[in-house]
Design a protein around this ligand. Structure first.
Ligand SMILES: C[S@@+](CC[C@H](N)C(=O)[O-])C[C@H]1O[C@@H](n2cnc3c(N)ncnc32)[C@H](O)[C@@H]1O
Ligand code: SF4
Length: 365
């Protein structure tokens, strides 16, 4: 444990930008990881052995809560490695600390490679959700991306978490090996959803992987999918979800619309956390970003250390950003032809606390 700093100040520019606008915090609490997934968007910042000291994490959470944040996601790197050599005490203290501060929803994203005993710790049970990442329900497809035996270990922990009464979600990247159809013509993603139902998962989230002509393209391997296949897949899964075909909730990003659709409902499709200061991504290297498409770059809105949060004056991610007009996502630089890109976090009709609080669906015309 690090010693408590004398004072922790927040730059007035940061307060002005986020006060009563910020809803959620993604705390990239450690940059250490026990896997080396091919597609990992965090690759350039992984394994520098940086972590946010417990006191600093709690001070950050306190300040961000005062500004309005209600949801916390613990992420990394692999968050279950945070303070693992110290019996997970720092991780458990941050979970409990966040709940004590009044965060309404505290969740954790994990690769599932941890000792099942962690699930039995009292403070761990304070989590409102655990999201496990598996990239296929076929262990060979998953393990080819996430590493040998990673599927079986994650599955064991998923089953145990479900049996202990945790709210369990699964996140699955949509990549080259699972975007297509099986021999009988069914999308592999369709059978992945049924697999999630069968193992007692509450919700399944999808992250389609695209080249976007941004720095991240350089380090996510040959995992990207074609636009055509995605549009076909999205259409089919959306229709089935809307028709109530699944017992499990499906959270799937729209990603693209035509220019005409965008123009008909600009405010709705113009969803952009940068523009409305809805979130911060706090990284263990001291950067605070808003847009996940900037991960691995120096672009950030602020930085922090044990003394406080400071506005970033150079390579500030708000620089050159049109903060007033609803536009398609301008952080994806690729020309997608007939369609235009939306925010990667724009997931229509999702049953998620912030989406519901924002009442975003009401903006649809
Ligand atoms: C970076 S990981 C960190 C948390 C934890 N280590 C895990 O794997 O769940 C957070 C999520 O991002 C997903 N992810 C990794 N690479 C990605 C990429 N290139 N695009 C979109 N999501 C990605 C992971 O599959 C995981 O669900
Ligand atoms: S487990 Fe998570 S952080 Fe680790 S390499 Fe895989 S996606 Fe990246």
């Amino acid at each position: 444990m690090t010693s408590k700093p004398k004072e922790f100040t927040v730059d007035p520019k940061f307060e002005d930008y986020f006060r009563e606008r910020i809803k959620q915090v993604f705390l990239y609490i450690t940059d250490n990881c026990n896997l080396t997934c091919t597609q990992c968007l965090y690759k350039p910042w992984l394994r520098r052995n940086g972590e946010i000291p417990e006191y600093t994490a709690l001070l950050l959470l306190e300040k961000l809560k005062e500004l309005g944040a209600i949801k916390l996601s613990l992420i990394g790197g692999e968050p279950t490695l945070y303070g693992a050599s110290n019996g997970h005490k720092p991780l458990l203290a941050v979970i409990k600390g966040a709940k004590d501060l009044g965060y309404e929803y505290v969740r954790l994203d994990t690769n599932g490679q941890f000792s099942p005993e962690l699930l039995e710790r009292v403070e761990f049970k304070m989590l409102d959700e655990i999201t496990f990442s598996i990239d296929s329900h076929f262990n060979t497809i998953n393990d080819a991306l996430r590493g040998e035996t990673s599927f079986s270990m994650a599955l064991e922990n998923i089953k145990k978490a479900v049996s202990l009464g945790y709210k369990v979600d699964v996140t699955c990247c949509v990549h080259r090996e699972n975007v297509g159809r099986s021999r009988d013509g069914e999308f592999l993603i369709e059978s992945m959803i049924r697999f999630a139902e069968k193992i007692g998962v509450k919700r399944i989230n999808f992250h389609p992987l695209f080249r976007m002509d941004i720095p991240r393209d350089e380090w996510v391997g040959e995992t990207d999918i074609s636009l055509e296949l995605w549009l076909e897949l999205y259409e089919e899964i959306r229709k089935r979800t809307d028709a109530g075909r699944y017992k499990v909730q499906v959270r799937i990003p729209r990603r693209f619309v035509t220019r005409e659709e965008f123009n008909e409902s600009q405010e709705y499709y113009g969803y952009c956390p940068v523009k409305f200061g809805e979130r911060v991504l706090v990284h263990s290297n001291g950067l605070i970003q808003i847009c996940a498409l900037r991960i691995g770059t120096p672009w950030a809105v602020a930085r922090f250390d044990a003394r406080g949060i400071f506005w970033k004056h150079e390579t500030n991610e708000l620089e050159g950003f049109d903060l007033r007009t609803p536009t398609p996502c301008t952080n994806q630089k690729r020309n997608f032809g007939e369609v235009i890109p939306l925010c990667i976090s724009f997931k229509p009709k999702q049953n998620e606390i912030i989406w519901q609080k924002l009442g975003w669906e009401r903006l649809r015309k």
